[in-house]
Design a protein around this ligand. Structure first.
Ligand code: SAH
Length: 352
C-alpha cells in the first residue's frame, strides 16, 4: 500500500478530492505523509531552507527577537516559539546567539508547534539541552508574552486553487485517469471569499486560497496583542499571488505534484495579504529577506565568521551569504512580516 494507492481507491469510490485534502495527506498523513515519514532537509535531503544554508540566519533572528524582548521590558516568563521547526536548526542557532543576553534563557519557555512525530524526535535531539515543549495547535500557546518565528511553515499549509469562470469559480481537484492522479476542474460555483479577486483577474485566471493561515495568525496575533511579544513570519511569496504556485521538490529537483504522493515536499507561495488581513495587532511592512538580513548586520557577521575560514569553507560561506540575501537567490523571493503590539515597535530589521 502507498499513499497513491490509498488516494486512488478513495477517488475511485467517492470522486475527485480537493487539492487542499490531497496536499494535507501528502505532507502529514500519519502513515504515508512526507513530513511524517521522511527527513527532508539539508544537502542530503530534498531541499535546503535558510537555517540549513547558514547559522547566520538563525543568529540574526535570535538577536532580533532578543532585542524586541529587551525593548518590551524583558518580561519573565515568556514563550520562545517556533512554528514548524524542521530539524531544530533555527531554534538551536537562536539559542546559541542569545546565550549572552542577560536573563533571556532563564525567562524563556521554549515551545515548538510541530505536527510530525518523526520531526519532533529530531528536534528533541537537536535541542536536548534546552528541554523544549511541543504543542499541536496554536491555541495551546500559554497566555504570556510570545516571541515567535515561523520560517517556511505557512508555505506547507494546504491550499485550494480556483479558476475563474465568468463571475464564478471552478475548483481545481485531484481526480483519476485509469490509475494516474490527474488535475481536473469542479463545477462553477460562487466563492464569497474570493470576491476581491474579481477585481484583478479575468476569465481563465487561477487564484489560490489558504484558509488554514488566517486562524493561526489571528490566534498568534491576539496573544501578542493581549500579552506582548512579537512574531517574525518568513516565507516565499508576495502581497497577492496570481497563477499556480504549487511546487513539488524531490532531491533538489522540481517534480510533478501528483507524482510520488507523500514522497516529495509540496508547498505554495504565501499570500502576505491574507496574512496581514488576519493580524489583530500591529504588523510591519512586508520586507524582502535580503533587506531584512542586511539591516540586521549579516554582512558584518559574515565578515567576522570569514576571519577564521580558508578555501572550501570560505567559498561555501560566501555562497551562503549570497544565497540568503541576493535578489536572484532567496533575497527577494522570500519576505518577512513582523507582528507586534499596539504602541510597540516592529522587530529589528522591519519597519512600520
Ligand atoms: N522551519 C524549518 C522547516 C520548514 S518545513 C526550516 O526552515 O528548516 C515545514 C515544517 O512545518 C516541518 O517541520 C513540518 O513538519 C511542519 N508543519 C507543516 N505543516 C504543519 C502543521 N499543519 N502543523 C504543524 N507543523 C506543521
Amino acid at each position: 500500500m502507498s499513499l497513491h494507492d490509498l488516494l486512488a481507491a478513495q477517488i475511485a469510490a467517492n470522486g475527485p478530492i480537493r487539492l487542499s485534502d490531497f496536499m494535507a495527506d501528502c505532507l502529514l498523513h500519519p502513515e504515508f505523509g512526507y513530513y511524517t515519514t521522511q527527513e527532508p532537509f539539508g544537502a542530503s535531503g530534498d531541499f535546503v531552507t535558510a537555517p540549513e544554508v547558514s547559522q547566520m540566519f538563525g543568529e540574526l533572528i535570535g538577536l532580533s527577537l532578543a532585542q524586541a524582548w529587551i525593548d518590551q521590558g524583558s518580561p519573565s516568563p515568556f514563550a520562545l516559539v517556533e512554528f514548524g521547526p524542521g530539524r531544530g536548526t533555527l531554534m538551536s542557532d537562536i539559542l546559541r546567539a542569545t546565550k549572552g543576553v542577560s536573563g533571556f534563557h532563564q525567562a524563556a519557555q521554549i515551545i515548538l508547534l510541530e505536527a510530525s512525530p518523526n520531526l519532533r524526535a529530531i528536534q528533541g535531539e537537536t535541542l536536548r539541552v534546552y528541554t523544549p515543549a511541543w504543542i499541536d495547535a496554536v491555541d495551546q500557546l500559554p497566555a504570556i508574552p510570545i516571541f515567535a518565528v515561523a520560517n517556511e511553515f505557512f508555505d506547507a499549509l494546504p491550499i485550494r486553487q480556483f479558476v475563474r469562470d465568468g463571475s464564478g469559480w471552478r475548483e481545481r481537484q485531484v481526480g483519476l485517469d485509469n490509475d494516474t492522479l490527474v488535475f481536473g476542474l469542479g463545477p462553477d460555483s460562487p466563492q464569497p471569499a474570493l470576491a476581491h479577486r474579481l477585481e484583478d483577474t479575468k476569465d481563465g485566471d487561477l487564484v489560490e486560497e489558504c484558509s488554514a493561515a488566517s486562524p493561526i495568525i489571528n490566534t498568534l496575533g491576539l496573544r501578542i496583542k493581549h500579552h506582548g511579544g512579537v512574531a517574525l513570519i518568513i516565507d516565499y511569496g508576495d502581497w497577492r499571488s496570481l497563477g499556480d504556485t504549487l511546487q513539488a521538490i524531490r532531491d533538489h529537483e522540481h517534480v510533478s505534484p501528483l507524482d510520488q504522493a507523500g514522497q516529495c515536499d509540496i508547498t505554495a507561495h504565501v499570500d502576505f495579504e491574507t496574512i496581514a488581513n488576519a493580524v489583530p495587532c500591529q504588523y510591519s511592512r512586508v520586507t524582502p529577506q535580503g533587506v531584512f538580513l542586511e539591516r540586521l548586520g549579516i554582512t558584518q557577521r559574515a565578515q567576522a565568521l570569514a576571519q577564521n575560514m580558508t578555501e572550501d569553507a570560505l567559498h561555501s560561506h560566501i555562497a551562503a551569504h549570497r544565497r540568503l540575501t541576493h535578489p536572484d537567490e532567496m533575497g527577494n523571493l522570500f519576505k518577512v512580516i513582523g507582528l507586534y503590539p499596539e504602541g510597540g515597535s516592529p522587530p529589528a530589521g522591519l519597519e512600520k
